[in-house]
Design a protein around this ligand. Structure first.
Ligand code: F6R
Length: 233
């Protein structure tokens, strides 16, 4: 895995944005794998600005998001809403090409990704417990898209996006670890001291106790850390 350490999250966002824009220009029908959460927000903002300033065309781009909540009655708290607000509303992407996994038929998601030609560039964050997507510790490395019960830790971490912890959905549907590993290139963003332990474990020998550690078995992964997230390496 390549490791890139920068002083602050804004420098990381610039680098990730460059990767996205370069791909979209080189391959106008590319397939992007996208994450929600705090980690990619600044990268999406920079992507929006760059797309606007340089007229970058997303009309033939396809996206597959990593995950979506289950049993969540509120569109405003959905990951689709997050993506609409942070990216899709602000670029000329065709909504028909934007995909989220569905609880009714998780397996179809892997098939749909394959049918689209596979993910060219997958963006990831990392949970404080080492999860990627919603693949919590001890998820089998060969997992495909599936429904998960979220851990207490993840529910607590996500409570900041909800009115109260009681409102945080308890289940999600997520790309599996083997689904993520099929991406041609993977970028993982980790910022803040609360990610330092997970980043350290990610660079240890691959173990299902740290889902992100599977990434060292992939040939084209770049981990972007700020100083705090890389402090234990
Ligand atoms: C989000 C996702 C999660 C987050 C992780 C980090 O789609 O798949 O794995 O990337 O929980 O979240 P943040 O970036 O909010 O710290």
């Amino acid at each position: 895995m390549n490791l890139i350490v920068r002083d602050n999250p804004s420098e990381i966002a610039t680098l990730v944005c460059e990767k996205i824009i370069t791909l979209v220009k080189r391959k106008p029908d590319a397939v992007l794998g996208l994450a929600t959460g705090s980690s990619p927000v600044a990268s999406y903002q920079k992507t929006v600005e760059t797309a606007k300033n340089f007229d970058v065309d997303f009309s033939n781009i396809t996206t597959f998001n990593l995950d979506e909540y289950v049993d969540n009655p509120d569109y405003l708290q959905s990951y689709r809403h997050f993506m609409d607000v942070n990216l899709f509303d602000k670029i000329n992407i065709d909504r028909i090409n934007t995909h989220f996994p569905e609880v009714s038929n998780p397996k179809k998601y892997d098939e749909d990704i394959d049918l689209a030609g596979g993910i060219d560039l997958q963006i990831l964050g990392i949970g404080a417990n080492g999860h990627i997507g919603f693949n919590e510790p001890n998820t089998p490395f060969d997992s495909k898209t599936h429904v998960v019960n979220l851990t207490e830790k993840t529910i607590c971490d996500n409570a900041r996006f909800f009115k109260s912890i009681a409102d945080v959905p308890k289940r999600a549907v997520t790309m599996g670890l083997s689904t993520i590993m099929r991406a041609k290139e993977i970028l993982l963003i980790a910022t803040g001291a609360n990610k330092a332990q997970a980043v350290k474990k990610m660079f240890d020998a691959p173990s299902e106790t740290c889902p992100a550690s599977i990434l060292s078995l992939h040939g084209n992964v770049t981990v972007y850390c700020d100083k705090d997230a890389s402090s234990l390496l």
